[in-house]
Design a protein around this ligand. Sequence first.
Ligand SMILES: Nc1ncnc2c1ncn2[C@@H]1O[C@H](COP(=O)(O)OP(=O)(O)O)[C@@H](O)[C@H]1O
Ligand SMILES: [Mg+2]
Length: 244
Amino acid sequence: MTALLEVRHATQRFAGLVAVNDVSLTLAAGEIVGLIGPNGAGKTTLVGIISGTLTASAGEVLFEGRRIDALPAFRRARLGVGRTFQIMRPFPGMSVLDNVAVGALFGPAHAQASLARAREQARACLDFVGMGRHVDQRADELGGPGRKRLELAKALAMQPKLLLCDEVMAGLNHAEIDEAIELLRKVRDQGIGLLVIEHVIKAIKSLSDRLLVLHHGEKIADGLPDAVLSNPLVIEAYLGKRRA
Ligand SMILES: Nc1ncnc2c1ncn2[C@@H]1O[C@H](COP(=O)(O)OP(=O)(O)O)[C@@H](O)[C@H]1O
Ligand SMILES: [Mg+2]
């Protein structure tokens, strides 16, 4: 069976720094893979390599068995590679609805897209993430949790097959994290594959089918959550320091 996503030996160099070093991974449709590791480990860089905001220094990215690493980000998005951004920048002055409609206009249906249809789809995505009552609000007036949901709705409006979630749960309280987990499971239940970056171990453990750990740009573990979280290398590199 062809993996939805396959990364082969990806490396990203920035000047003197190797931010991602020879990382390989696979992800299947309908699978949730958690990506963890200390700050600066290369998680966001890896998301950039997959989504196309970065061009890897070396390695290959395959989506549904096809090389996409030479394609610009917007072409990858149209094929079904969706992402959220760790730093959220809603279009200022625009409504929540239109922020998401922009996503719909640039999605795979862009050729037939009209603004009316895009808004209809945006409304459905906002309902899906529980933001149906906020459609007319200005996006830049939303608080943290609202912005996180908006970011997710924007990504979903592009009808992704793969969704890369960069810290969509950061800054949320316990109840909000539980809601976010629920929501990401609902996304998975549509057959979408998810790569989820998250620091709250309890959350990522309960959500993920599999966990990957990055440390200094290198993949140091990849496997079932329980096995990965009890791996001495992972405890040494990441978990131990967090408990200390
Ligand atoms: N555009 C860039 N230019 C130079 N260095 C970068 C750039 N983006 C990230 N880095 C560096 O690469 C390393 C990995 O960063 P990042 O992928 O953001 O880590 P994480 O998301 O795991 O916290 C860090 O040392 C960071 O400072
Ligand atoms: Mg990051």
